[in-house]
Design a protein around this ligand. Sequence first.
Ligand code: UT7
Length: 354
Amino acid sequence: MTRLYGAITGWGAYVPPHIVTNHDLEATLDTSDEWIVQRTGIRQRHIAGADETTSTMAIKASLAALAQANLPATELDLILVATSSPDYFTPPASSLVQAALTPHHIPAMTIVTGCTGFVYALVTAYQFIQAGVYRNILVVGVELLSRFLDWRDRSTCVLFGDAAGAVVVQATEQPCGLQGYDLGSDGANCQHIIMPAGGSARPFGPDVLDERSHYIRMNGREVFKFATRIFAPASERALRMAGKCIDDIDWVIPHQANLRIIQAAAKDMGVPLERFIVNIDRYANTSAASIPLALAENLANGRIKPTDTLLLLSFGAGLTWAAAVVQMQPQLHSAQSLSEKSRRVGEGNVFVYP
Ligand code: UT7
């Protein structure tokens, strides 16, 4: 049987137009631009408008990715949406995206692993591609966390932003795609990022509202320690599965949670910071959207080429981690690299890369 690979043929991202700077936050919170920049590297974040939801943002990013792949949504075989901030607890955000994109009753699944969701979803997509089950898969990472933050809690609300990113993975016989990965979960430490109420453990009620325990709570220091501990070994395991070493990696795309975490990872892994993609200053932590957003933005500006070997590296609620070694497109495309042709077409804040 012919071996099947998955090429990433389309990518797109959406960020809401409204920007909130650190200085804006100083007006309502006991915080400062200086503290936020020094401790996190964040300068601003995009916040969704009242008329937007998680699925409307996901659909915009998906349409951009499908347009670039030149694939009608009706040709999709599977939709995977990674999010921890869905429109509803139920129905799943993935079904809302499916209904908006295609009349066909294709499978659609929401993956909830916090900030690692996009990498988990991408690895899942590749299992279906490599097994020969589905040929065209849409993978989305999207978050509208601003609606789940306690805007009185300076230790969490300054950290996050809203965004969506999407890729199209298509079966091909040309070697490319996912080469190695390492996924994991340390559930014993799940309390460090938690929305304490609103689920079956503590259903919503007036007391929950009073305590504001339906919002995200985080033990930042513990999460910081976890992230800096996990990045190097997870990368090593993913590289080993790929049969590669760190010098084979053109770009590391880390989850954008804190610049200091990225700097520590670079040091631990012995990789110059210049080979890490960093955009946390402009978007803050967009959780499951952070890696596909960074990917789409840097493909558009030509920094990343579709034939580059990438190391995607993420951690988040769970506590989970996910590392993946990916070459988006086969080398034979390099002579006519998509990135050379790409230009950014502004359509509102939808990035489209034709
Ligand atoms: O995507 C996964 C989700 N989460 C993360 O990745 C978060 C990982 N953790 C972090 O990024 C960092 O731990 C934070 C940025 C959350 C916090 O930085 P830190 O250097 O670990 O600060 P800290 O929590 O140890 O707090 C230091 C001080 C405290 O004051 P005291 O107790 O020393 O007087 C905080 O109350 O900073 C204070 N503080 C703030 N001050 C001004 C906490 N938040 C703020 C704030 N503005 N926004």
